[in-house]
Write a protein that binds this ligand. Structure first.
Ligand SMILES: [Zn+2]
Length: 156
């Protein structure tokens, strides 16, 4: 398989995925058949690495901008982990060219934070990875020591 966007499209593609299924779980992929195979494969591997459940809040979704409409972005959280720990895990996976850390997201009514991950195109050796943090809706900040200190002070 080349390293370009490939939609999941069929149940056969989903059968290669260990930890997620397209439908019938609490995970919300939006249109599971349009999700980028590379993204789902990577999130599957990330969940194996973490050893704790990963819940998908949002996948393919019509929006004005970004990579969710393309099926190349996904939001979610690891059960019981701090968002900074989720970020550290996601950073280990080369295909995740975009990662956002969200401190205010909730899941089933409980604030848990979470991460956005995406497989946006990147020219190796020319483009940098996109990284950002978010304490409240629409307020994006860079991930620097100030962000890390402030985020680390938040407990869940
Ligand atoms: Zn997102």
């Amino acid at each position: 398989m080349n390293d370009e966007y490939t939609p999941m499209l069929t149940l056969d593609a989903w059968r290669h995925i260990n930890n997620f299924q397209p439908e019938g779980s609490v995970d919300n992929f939006g249109d599971p058949w349009g999700m980028d195979y590379r993204l789902i494969e990577t999130v599957d591997a990330m969940r194996d690495y973490a050893g704790v459940p990963f819940f998908v809040h949002c996948g393919m979704e019509p929006r004005a901008a970004g990579y969710h409409p393309e099926g190349m972005a996904l939001d979610g959280h690891f059960q019981g982990l701090h968002p900074l720990e989720m970020f550290e895990i996601a950073q280990r996976f080369d295909r995740l060219n975009g990662i956002g850390v969200y401190m205010y997201w909730n899941w089933q009514g409980k604030i848990c934070g979470g991460i956005h991950v995406d497989t946006r195109p990147k020219r190796l050796g020319r483009d940098f990875d996109a990284r950002w943090g978010c304490f409240e809706k629409g307020q994006y900040v860079k991930i620097d020591i100030g962000f890390i200190r402030k985020a680390a002070a938040i407990t869940f």
